[in-house]
Write a protein that binds this ligand. Structure first.
Ligand SMILES: Nc1ncnc2c1ncn2[C@@H]1O[C@H](COP(=O)(O)OP(=O)(O)OP(=O)(O)O)[C@@H](O)[C@H]1O
Length: 585
């Protein structure tokens, strides 16, 4: 519940509320620390002026001496306490934010890879959360202290001289409110451009690292280096411009502080001339402005970073936006979708940069346990259909539904589909663990049972350590067919209602291919099957055979129908399976 509430209200307010009192104490301590610094300079100014008049006795300046010591000491202690309380609260917020970010990322790790490039994700993990703690420490706390000091200072001045208090209220108000707004406005555009350039550089670097050998082999290393250097230079120029802006702000703030001090000294001089205050207070009043004005000017410095904080917040919200509502909701969904009926209803899909449809007006329906073969030349749209079924891409028109529910994302469909593709990967761990990848909590008996089902039990038991043999120690490399059988055993452990077979027999000799397909059809006979293949051998076992051509269905029907009525199909089948066709005749 608490988590859901945090999710609804963003990444800032919930934590601010949770640690309100700690932040309030830190802000008060910060205000007190600046007030002590002001009092220290005030008493110091008075002490210097008074001492310059050669007091008859040291006791005449004893009180200001004690006060200078007391304020100097208290300023250090209060500042220390303020840092302690403020950083303690900010670090607690940081740790909660990290847990929340992890909880948002973990369930959608697979999906995130389709929504963010790796470089972006690294940037998110490294920067964003850390950035947010600075919102509290560098902006919120100093801003609250500055506003409190501003109010107290103007009230104090107002008791002495209403007109001058009004003048200083406008002057300091400009420094405290108007200048930061102007700085914020001017830094937003620059920051956005800088982030875009830097992220593009991250992405290009990430791509280049993954495809390094291709860059080198194609002899384009220099081209990549030039491109990357250009991108870096452009980002560096924008960053320099932002830094120059910051220096300009600091320089103008210092000028404004100087101006305020001159104004105060002139005003105090006027009061002294009118005998309203002793002349020894002129320096004291001038000096007191230093720490106060410094606290006001700090807000403009902090505001320069606001666009970065905003962007970090936006990205965190975007990541969290993809999180499933809750694990429980996900489980309920799985329970609801236990069946395996599938329907494609007038589905159209076009890749972003492509001119034509990759899949156009495709409709078919498979009941629970039904079996469909998808055939077609390379580029006909078969893989695109599989991706549409899995929810990895969304149709531009039409709908893909499983058990009557639209498939909205790969994450949604993870509980429904298993995929057997061309090259299952075997990890560098034991044989049992490689099979258990399908369901990590499967018992040894379950692992043995599925291994026997796929016909690998004897081979594995003959290995030196049986199921505990590590992959690289097997002494033999599993053949293509055996790898597919291990992947099939994983699928049996997963026990999902729909299995997508994406040309699992590519590269196998015809005999191994036939054996593997026989095993697949035997062990998966209860499952809904969508089988993408280039061969017609085995299609007799399918309920429907669908041929794709340039994204549209060009031929469809049961094997028997097509064989009887369609000379083209008969021709293809005869070419692909000469023996089978002779036997059928
Ligand atoms: N990411 C992409 N961007 C643009 N066009 C794409 C993309 N992926 C595929 N296509 C195009 O979509 C069409 C269908 O491709 P698809 O990969 O679905 O074909 P296929 O039948 O699975 O081919 P193969 O048997 O070679 O895997 C092709 O014209 C292909 O060029």
């Amino acid at each position: 519940m608490k988590e859901a509430r945090e999710g609804n209200q963003g990444w800032f307010l919930p934590y601010f509320r949770q640690f309100f009192w700690q932040f309030a104490v830190a802000a008060l301590l910060g205000t007190l620390a600046v007030a002590c610094a002001g009092a220290l300079l005030y008493t110091s100014g008075y002490l210097i002026s008074r001492s310059a008049l050669k007091p008859e006795n040291v006791l005449m300046v004893y009180v200001p001496i004690v006060l200078v010591r007391a304020f100097g000491f208290s300023k250090a202690v209060i500042q220390y306490l303020e840092r302690l309380v403020g950083h303690d609260a900010a670090l607690r917020v940081l740790s909660r934010m990290r847990v929340r970010l992890y909880q948002a990322i973990e369930p959608q790790a697979q999906l995130l890879r389709t929504r963010f490039r790796t470089g972006d994700l690294l940037g998110v993990l490294a920067d964003d959360i850390e950035q947010l703690q600075n919102v509290y420490l560098r902006f919120v706390l100093p801003a609250v202290s500055a506003v409190l000091l501003y109010g107290a200072g103007i009230v104090a001045l107002g008791r002495m001289d209403g007109m001058f208090a009004l003048l200083m209220a406008l002057y300091c108000g400009f420094l405290l409110f108007v200048a930061p707004a102007v700085v914020l406005w001017s830094s937003i555009a620059k920051s956005r451009r800088f982030k875009q350039e830097r992220q593009a550089a991250y992405r290009e670097l990430t791509d280049a690292v993954f495809g390094m050998s291709d860059w080198i082999l194609s002899g384009r290393t220099q081209q990549f280096l030039q491109l990357f250097t250009r991108r870096q230079k452009s980002a560096a120029q924008i960053e320099n411009s932002i830094r120059r802006g910051e220096w300009r702000v600091q320089w103008m703030s210092q000028c404004a502080i100087g101006g305020a001090i001159v104004l105060l000294v002139i005003w105090a001089g006027g009061l002294a001339a009118a005998n309203q205050i002793p002349a020894t207070l002129i320096a004291a009043i001038g000096l007191v402005a230093f720490p106060l004005m410094d606290a006001f000017a700090r807000i403009s410095d902090a505001v320069v970073r606001m666009p970065e904080y905003k962007e970090s917040l936006g990205r965190l919200r975007e990541i969290e936006g993809g999180r499933p509502a809750s694990v429980e909701a996900q489980k309920e969904k799985v329970a609801d979708q236990a069946g395996g009926s599938l329907k494609l209803d007038h589905v159209h899909f076009r890749y972003p940069q492509a001119s034509g449809w990759s899949v156009q007006d495709v409709s078919f329906e498979v009941a629970q346990g039904g079996k469909i073969a998808l055939l077609g030349r390379s580029g006909a749209g078969k893989s695109t259909i599989l991706n549409l079924i899995r929810g990895a891409i969304q149709p531009e028109a039409g709908q893909v539904t499983v058990n009557g529910q639209p498939v909205q994302s790969e994450e949604d469909s993870a509980c429904l589909f298993s995929v057997l593709n061309q090259q299952p990967y075997l990890f560098d761990t034991t044989v049992a663990n490689n099979i258990r990848l399908g369901r990590p909590d499967a018992s040894d008996e379950e692992v043995r049972a599925v291994t026997a089902q796929v016909g690998l039990d004897q081979l594995i038991e003959s290995l030196p350590d049986g199921y505990q043999t590590r992959m690289q120690e097997t002494g033999l490399r599993f053949s293509g067919g055996e790898r597919q059988r291990i992947a099939l055993a994983r699928i049996l452990l997963q026990n999902k209602p729909i299995v997508l077979l994406d040309e699992p027999t590519v590269g196998l000799d015809p005999l191994t291919e036939r054996d593997l397909m026989t095993t697949i059809f035997r062990v998966l006979h209860e499952k809904t099957l969508i089988w993408v293949t280039h061969h017609l051998s085995g299609v007799e076992q399918m309920d429907e055979v669908i041929f794709m051509e340039q994204g549209v269905i060009s031929m469809r029907g049961t094997h028997e129908q097509l064989y009887q009525d369609n000379p083209r199909y008969r021709n293809l089948y005869t070419l692909d399976c000469p023996l089978a066709s002779v036997m059928e005749i």
